[in-house]
Ligand binder design. Sequence first.
Ligand SMILES: *[C@@H]1O[C@H](CO)[C@@H](O)[C@H](O)[C@H]1NC(C)=O
Ligand SMILES: *[C@@H]1O[C@H](CO)[C@@H](O)[C@H](O)[C@H]1NC(C)=O
Ligand SMILES: *[C@@H]1O[C@H](CO)[C@@H](O)[C@H](O)[C@H]1NC(C)=O
Ligand SMILES: *[C@@H]1O[C@H](CO)[C@@H](O)[C@H](O)[C@H]1NC(C)=O
Ligand SMILES: *[C@@H]1O[C@H](CO)[C@@H](O)[C@H](O)[C@H]1NC(C)=O
Ligand SMILES: *[C@@H]1O[C@H](CO)[C@@H](O)[C@H](O)[C@H]1NC(C)=O
Ligand SMILES: *[C@@H]1O[C@H](CO)[C@@H](O)[C@H](O)[C@H]1NC(C)=O
Ligand SMILES: *[C@@H]1O[C@H](CO)[C@@H](O)[C@H](O)[C@H]1NC(C)=O
Ligand SMILES: *[C@@H]1O[C@H](CO)[C@@H](O)[C@H](O)[C@H]1NC(C)=O
Length: 854
Amino acid sequence: MATSPRLFLFLFLFLFATVVTAAQNVTYDARSLIIDGERRLIISGSIHYPRSVPSMWPGLVAEAKEGGLNAIDTYVFWNGHEPSPGNYYFEDRFDLVKFAKIVRDAGLYMILRIGPFVAAEWTYGGIPVWLHYVPGTVFRTNNEPFKWHMERFVTYIVNLMKRERLFASQGGHIILAQASSFYYPFIENEYGYSESYFGDEGKLYAMWAAHMALNQGTGVPWVMGQQDDAPDPVINTCNSFYCDQFTPNSPSKPKLWTENWPGWFHSFGDPDPHRPPEDIAFAVARFFEKGGCLQNYYVYHGGTHYGRTTGGPFITTSYDYNAPIDEYGLPRLPKWGHLRELHKSVKLCEHTLLYGKSTFISVGPLQEIDVYEDQSGGCVAFLANVDVQEDKLITFRNVTYIIPPWSVSILPDCKNVVFNTAMVKSQTSVVEMVLENLKVYSNSSFGSGAWQVYMEKVGLWDKPDFVLFGLEDHINITKDTTDYLWYTTSFYVDKSEDILGHGSSPILSVASLGHAFIVFINGELQGSSYGKYGYLPLNFEAPVTIKPGKNEIAILSMTIGMYNAGPLYEWEGAGLTSVNISGTGNGSLNLSPYSWEYKIGLEGEHYSIFNTNNNTDIKWIPKSEPPKNQSLIWYKVAVDPPEGKEPVALDMASMGKGHVWVNGKSIGRYWLVASSISDNCTPHCNYTGTFEPDRCLTGCGQPTQRWYHIPRSFFKPSGNTLVIFEEKGGDPTRITFARRQETKICGFVSEDHPQVDLENWEVHSKRNAAGAAMHLKCPEGSSVSSITFASFGNPTGTCSSYRRGSCHYPSSVSVTEKACLHKNKCSIAFKGESFTEDLCPGTAKAMAVEAACS
Ligand SMILES: *[C@@H]1O[C@H](CO)[C@@H](O)[C@H](O)[C@H]1NC(C)=O
Ligand SMILES: *[C@@H]1O[C@H](CO)[C@@H](O)[C@H](O)[C@H]1NC(C)=O
Ligand SMILES: *[C@@H]1O[C@H](CO)[C@@H](O)[C@H](O)[C@H]1NC(C)=O
Ligand SMILES: *[C@@H]1O[C@H](CO)[C@@H](O)[C@H](O)[C@H]1NC(C)=O
Ligand SMILES: *[C@@H]1O[C@H](CO)[C@@H](O)[C@H](O)[C@H]1NC(C)=O
Ligand SMILES: *[C@@H]1O[C@H](CO)[C@@H](O)[C@H](O)[C@H]1NC(C)=O
Ligand SMILES: *[C@@H]1O[C@H](CO)[C@@H](O)[C@H](O)[C@H]1NC(C)=O
Ligand SMILES: *[C@@H]1O[C@H](CO)[C@@H](O)[C@H](O)[C@H]1NC(C)=O
Ligand SMILES: *[C@@H]1O[C@H](CO)[C@@H](O)[C@H](O)[C@H]1NC(C)=O
C-alpha cells in the first residue's frame, strides 16, 4: 500500500509469514490485517529473548503456541546489542536471529519491535548509556547525533533480518515490525509523560524516523500508529489494561492492541502485583467483541533480569509480571489455561467476526450484546455484563443466559455458550519451591575449606580514578559500567576537641539522588540509606563516630538499575549531592566542596573474581565457617546442581543485598528488602471493576524477592562455582537451592458450567452441549501418581483445601483413579458411564479432584 508518513508517534512495520504458508503480502483494511488476501485475527504475546536463555526459548515458544497464540512479539534491546559504538553483540541471550528462527520453526508469526527506545523496565529504556555521552545528544527528539546512531542501529537490525530472509516479503515470518516509541512511549501509562514534551522538535523527529524506517527497503508494508491527526495509512494503537473503547483515528484503520498487561512489574520494597485471570479474559473478550483484530500480551513470559539489566531504578531481578508463563517457564495456572480456552473460543468465531456484519443490542444499563452474522449463515454473539456486583440475566433469541458480573459469554453459534470470562474451569495447580541444601564440595580444587571469602576494601582499593573539588554525579563518573562508586574525603577535628564530652555524637547528613549508599568513617560502618521506586532523592542523617585529628570518610554510592522512561530520563543523575557533619564542637562542616577522591567499582569487580578461570591477582581465603553479617564481602563455594529437571532457584532469604554468579554467569542483583504493607494485599482478589496495578497484591511484609532463577543450562554436572557479593551482611551457609515444582494439580467443574471440549466443539454442540467432563494434565514428562482428593457431588473449597459436601459419590476416588492414575492426561466423564445413579436428586452436581504428579 502507499504510505505517506506525516505526523506520528509510533511506527509499525508489518510483515507476515509462517513455515507452512510463507506470507508475502500483508495489508489491512478497516476490519483487520489481511495476510495473502485473508483477514486474520492475531493473538500475540511478548517474550523478550534476553530475559531468558536460549535453552529455554523453544519451550517458551511451544507453550505460547499451546496456549493459543499465533504470534510472538519482542523488543530489540539496543544496549544489549551495541555495547560500545559500532561494536555489535548477538551471542547467547542476545542471539536475536536464533530466537526469530525458533519462532518461525514453531509456525508462529513474529512482531519485531526494533526500538530504539523500549522503556520496558529495562535499564536506560534499552538505549546505550554511551550515547548519552556522545556530545550534544538528546534522546528521542530531533537531535542529529541521536538520529545518526539510531538510524545506524535500525539499519543494522533490518539488514540482519533481511540477510536471514525473515521478512514476510522474503518468505519469512515476521509479520509486524515496529520502530517504536520514537518520541512518546505509551499513550496512557503510569509515568505521566507529556505527549507534547518535545513539541515541534518531537514531531520533526517522528517524521524523520518514519522516512528513515521506510527507506530501509524491507519490501513489506508499514503500519504506523500516531496522534489523532494521523493521515492514512498510519494506524494508532492502544496500550492499556482495557482497549475495547479504543477507536483508531480513522474508519479505514483496524483496531490494534499492542500491549495488554496481564500483570504488572514488581519493584524492591513493594508488594507483588497480580491481575486476576477473569479480568484479563474479560478485557480480551470485550476487545474482540468490540471489533478488535490484533491483541498482544505484554508480557506473555516476563523472565529474569540477568546482570544489571533492570531499569526503574529499583525494578526487581525477577520480571515475572504475573504473566501467563511464569518467570521459570512454567504455565501459570489457571491463568494460562483460562486464556487458552478464551483464545480457542475466539478462534472459533474468526471468520464470522472478520467477515460478518455486526449488530449492537443494549439489554440493560450495563448489559450488552454484540452479534456478528456472515453471508454463509455464521452467527457469533458476545453477551456482556459490565455490572461489578451482580449476575444478570440476558435474554437473546428467546434463550435466557445467566451472565456473572464483569464478564462476557461467547456464543460461536449464537446459541451455545462455549466460554464465560468469569468462569474459570481450566485446571489449576499448586506450585512450590522445594528446598534442597547446597551440595557443597569440601574437597574441591577451589581450596581446602568449603567456603572461601574475599574482603572487599573499604574506600580506595587502588589509586583514585578522579580527584575533584565537590561532589560529581555518580553516573557521569561510572558511565554505568558498575553499580558502585566510592566517594572519599577526609576532615580534621581539633586534637583538643572533646568530641564526646558535650554529650551527643556528631551528626552526619548526606543528601543524594540515590539510589543507595553506605557510609564508613575511618573504616567503620556508620549506616546506610536505600531508596525505593518512586521515592528519590534520598537523604541520611545519623550520629557517627569520629576521632580527634584526621577522619577518613568513605561513602559507597550505588545505582540499582537506570531510569527507563520519561522525557529527558537520560539526564537523571545519581549519587551524593551534599555531605555535612555537625556537632563536632566546631559547628557545622559542609564537606561538599572538599577535595573528593573517586574510585569506580569494587576491587572484586575490577578483577572479575566471579569468573571461574584462575585469577592470581585475588587471594581467596578458605573458611570452614564463613563470616556472617559482614558487609562488603565476597563468598565463593563449589556446588552440585539439584537433581531432576525442574527449574532451579537460589533461596537468598538469609542474605542482605548484592549480586550472584554461577560459573561466571550473572543471576542478577539480589535484595531481601521487605515489601511494604498494603490493604490490597490479599490472596483472594475481587476481579470485578477496573483493574489498577496496586489492586491485587501479595507478599506484604515479606522479602520482595526471595528466589533467584538459575537456568539449568548454567550448570555443569558437578563442581559449579557460586560467587556472591554481599553488600550489607548475611549468612551464606543458610543459602539453599530450591526446585520449582508443580506439586499438585486440581480441577473443579460443575454440571451447570461444564468444561467445553473446544477441539470438538461442533460435534458436542450437536450431541450434548454439556459434554460434562473434567480434563487434567500433569507437567510434561510426568504422570498422575496419586489422587489426593476426588468428590463427585457438591464439594466446596479451592485447590489444596477441597472438602466433601452433603452429596458425595463413594466411587469418586476409584472412578478418578481408573481414569487418571499413571497417565499424563486424563478425562473424567461425570455423566453417563461413571456416575449413573442419582444419589442426591435435586442437587446440582460438581466434581473436584486434586492429584499429585511425579
Ligand atoms: C496484496 O493484497 C491486497 C489486498 O488483499 C491486494 O489489493 C494487492 O493486489 C495484493 N498485492 C499483491 C502484490 O499481491
Ligand atoms: C422467539 O419466540 C417467539 C414466540 O414464540 C417466536 O415468534 C420467535 O420466532 C422466536 N425467536 C427466535 C429467534 O427464535
Ligand atoms: C570429592 O568428594 C567426592 C565425594 O564427596 C568424590 O566423589 C570426589 O572424587 C572428591 N574429589 C576429589 C578431587 O577429591
Ligand atoms: C575547628 O575550628 C578551628 C578554629 O577555627 C580550626 O582550626 C579547625 O580546623 C576547625 N576544625 C575543622 C574540622 O574544621
Ligand atoms: C549542608 O549544609 C549546607 C550549607 O549549610 C546546606 O545547604 C545543605 O542543605 C546541607 N546538606 C545536608 C545534607 O544537610
Ligand atoms: C553530567 O555531566 C554533564 C556534563 O558536564 C552535565 O551537563 C550534567 O549536568 C551532569 N549530570 C548530572 C546529573 O549532574
Ligand atoms: C587453578 O590453577 C591451579 C594451578 O594452576 C590448578 O591446579 C587448578 O585446577 C586451577 N583451578 C581452576 C578452578 O581452574
Ligand atoms: C549485623 O550487623 C549490624 C551492623 O554491624 C548490626 O546492627 C546487627 O545487629 C547485626 N545483626 C546480626 C543478626 O548480628
Ligand atoms: C468488587 O469491587 C467492586 C468495585 O470495583 C465492588 O463494587 C464490589 O462490591 C466488589 N465485590 C466484592 C465481592 O467485594
